[in-house]
Design a protein around this ligand. Structure first.
Ligand code: SAM
Ligand code: SF4
Length: 345
C-alpha cells in the first residue's frame, strides 16, 4: 500500500490527517477512487443511508457586496434584480412543507431591505409551520444573529469561501476576513448549527490552501459543510478565469467527510452544473443532504450567481420527483426527520 492510501485508510478510523497529507492526497489523482470509497463508508457509518432534503428559497438577489466571483455582486448592472414579498416567501415555505421537506433554507444577497424586524417576522411565521429553518443571508452583527436565533432560526450557512487571507481580501472588496471569522464565531456562540465551506478552484488557490480550509472546518467544529467548484460568471471580474473542476471539489468534500464524520454535507448544485449526475457522485463520495430549489420559475432564472445552473428548466415538482428517484436508485432513503447534526462521540 502506498503511503497515501494508508493515510486515507487510517483517517477512516482516526478522522485526522495533517496539512501535508491532505495536500498530497489533493495532488494525487491515482487515489481518488479509494478516497471516495472511504468517505462513502464513513458517511454510511456515521450518518447512515438517509438523505435529508432541504427546500431552498432564494428570496432576494439584491446585494450590497461585490464578491468578485458572484453574478449577484452589486456592480453587475446586467443582473435583473428581484425581492419577494413577505407573503410570497411564506407561500413558498408552505409549498416546501407540502413537498414533505422538513427544513427550509432562506437564501439571499445581502439585502438591507430585510432589516432585523422584517427578517424576524419571516422567521417566526416559518417556524409556526413546524419546519426547521436555515438562514443564508450573509454577514450581520451579533445583535442581528441573536434576534434571528431568538425568533427561532435553527441553522446558519456562511461559507468562509477561502481561508487564504490575502486571496479572501482580493476577492471581497470592502469586506474583511476578520469580520467573516467574527460572524462564524458569533453564530457558534449563539447556538446555531453552523455551516461553512469554500469555493474550489479560485484563481491562485493552491492545494495547500484547500488543505487549510478543510482543517479550518474541523477547528471551527462546523455542523455542516457546503462546498462546490467555482464557476466563472460573465460580467464579473473573474469571468475569464478557468474555474474549478468537479473532481477537485469532490475530493475536498470527501476529505471533509473523513475529518468531520458526523456532520451534514450537501451535494451542491454547482457540482451538478459541471456534470450531469455530479450530485449523485457527491452522494456516493460523502454527501448526505440535497437542497431542492422551491423558488418560483421567474425568480429562479434571475438568481444567476453563475451561468447554466442545474435545475433551471425543471419545476419544483419535477425536480423533487427526479431527485427522489435518483436517491432511491442508490439504495438510499429520504429522511423523514429534521436532520439536525447528531454528534457522535
Ligand atoms: N449572500 C450570501 C452569502 O454570500 O453567504 C448567500 C448567497 S451566495 C449566492 C451563496 C454562495 O454562492 C456563496 O457562499 C458562494 O460560495 C457561492 N457562489 C457565488 N458565486 C459563485 C460562483 N461563481 N461559482 C460557484 N459558487 C458561487
Ligand atoms: Fe452577495 Fe453572497 Fe454573491 Fe457575495 S456571494 S455578491 S454576498 S450574493
Amino acid at each position: 500500500m502506498t503511503d497515501l492510501i494508508s493515510s486515507i485508510k487510517q483517517a477512516e478510523i482516526t478522522h485526522s490527517l495533517t496539512e501535508s497529507e491532505i495536500t498530497s492526497i489533493l495532488k494525487d489523482d491515482t487515489v481518488n477512487e479509494i478516497l471516495f470509497d472511504s468517505a462513502d463508508k464513513v458517511r454510511k457509518k456515521y450518518v447512515g443511508n438517509e438523505v435529508h432534503l432541504r427546500g431552498l428559497i432564494e428570496f432576494s438577489n439584491i446585494c450590497r457586496c461585490n464578491c468578485c466571483y458572484c453574478g449577484l455582486r452589486k456592480d453587475n448592472s446586467t443582473a435583473q434584480r428581484y425581492r419577494m414579498t413577505f407573503d410570497e416567501i411564506i407561500l413558498l415555505a408552505k409549498k416546501a412543507k407540502d413537498f414533505g421537506y422538513k427544513t427550509v433554507v432562506l437564501q439571499s444577497g445581502e439585502d438591507a431591505f430585510f432589516d432585523t424586524d422584517k427578517m424576524c417576522k419571516v422567521i417566526t411565521s416559518i417556524k409556526t409551520l413546524g419546519l426547521a429553518l436555515t438562514l443564508s443571508i450573509g454577514e450581520k452583527s451579533y445583535e442581528d444573529y441573536k434576534a434571528y436565533k431568538d425568533a427561532g432560526a435553527d441553522r446558519y450557512l456562511l461559507r468562509i469561501e477561502t481561508t487564504d487571507k490575502n486571496l479572501y481580501q482580493k476577492l471581497h472588496p470592502s469586506m474583511s476576513f476578520e469580520n467573516r471569522i467574527r460572524c462564524l464565531n458569533d453564530l457558534k456562540t449563539l447556538g446555531f448549527e453552523v455551516g461553512t465551506g469554500c469555493l474550489v478552484g479560485l484563481p491562485a488557490q493552491s492545494d495547500k490552501s484547500l488543505a487549510r480550509d478543510i482543517l479550518f472546518f474541523k477547528k471551527l467544529d462546523a455542523d455542516m459543510i457546503g462546498l462546490g467548484p467555482f464557476i466563472p460568471c460573465p460580467k464579473t471580474p473573474l469571468q475569464n478565469e478557468k474555474g474549478g473542476t468537479l473532481i477537485k471539489a469532490l475530493k475536498v468534500m470527501a476529505l471533509t467527510r473523513l475529518l468531520l464524520p458526523d456532520i451534514n454535507i450537501p451535494a451542491t448544485t454547482a457540482m451538478e452544473t459541471l456534470q450531469e449526475n455530479g450530485r449523485l457522485l457527491a452522494l456516493q463520495s460523502g454527501a448526505n443532504v440535497v437542497m431542492p430549489n422551491v423558488t418560483d420559475e421567474e425568480c429562479k432564472q434571475k438568481y444567476t450567481i453563475y451561468p447554466g445552473k442545474a435545475g433551471l428548466n425543471n419545476t419544483a415538482q419535477e425536480y423533487k420527483n427526479s431527485i427522489v428517484k435518483k436517491i432511491e436508485s442508490l439504495g438510499r432513503t429520504i429522511s423523514q426527520d429534521y436532520g439536525f447534526h447528531k454528534k457522535r462521540v
